[in-house]
Write a protein that binds this ligand. Sequence first.
Ligand code: ZN
Length: 245
Amino acid sequence: MADDRALVLLSGGQDSATCLAWALDRFSHVETIGFDYGQRHVVELQVRDHLREAMAAMRPDWRERLGEDHVLDLGLLGQVSDTALTRETEIAMQADGLPNTFVPGRNLVFLTMAAALAYRRGLRHIVGGMCETDYSGYPDCRDDTIKALQVALGLGMDRRFVLDTPLMWLDKAATWRLAEKLGGEDLVSLIRDHTISCYLGETGVRHTWGQGCGSCPACDLRSRGYLAYRSRGPQSAILKDRNQQ
Ligand code: ZN
């Protein structure tokens, strides 16, 4: 299994789009995987093609490296979980401190299915946007969970998979800075204007930080992160944003 081949979990949100650029920057062959599990923000899935095409158009070497896209139907996650991500329920905090958008075991299932695909495709690295710095407290986003799963998948499939989580210790502002470092203002604009992080999948309203309802936990994290990033960014970028309002 070649060490320079990767599979990126691409949901269509800010974090996974940044991960795709990160992977295109360092691996010689990069494939993408997406999951349809009956999520309310299925619009995320519709932006994946555009993100792939736009990143391929940014740099000739990225175009050469970008391989196949895979979309798996994981409708069973919607069947077993009763959450605000998969049902028409108001988003709220639960007694355990987690928002009711938490789909139990979601990332465990995603990464296990990704590894099964990576096994077949000969891809060693599996790249995901999990982060425990600026997050909603989901236990399956934590570094310890990912490390334990890397060991379990390696043992269970007898392959030395590497689960890469480049955003694990970055806050949302630092994630924007990483995008800028990887692809400049073009990549920042692409991610801001064409990714959807909103749990409700709202696309009608365009804010300075992108599209979304503006009030769900994901929109809250995203807007605060973008404003923090811009407040320290180049003055020209701040002026450009103001002009777009
Ligand atoms: Zn939202």
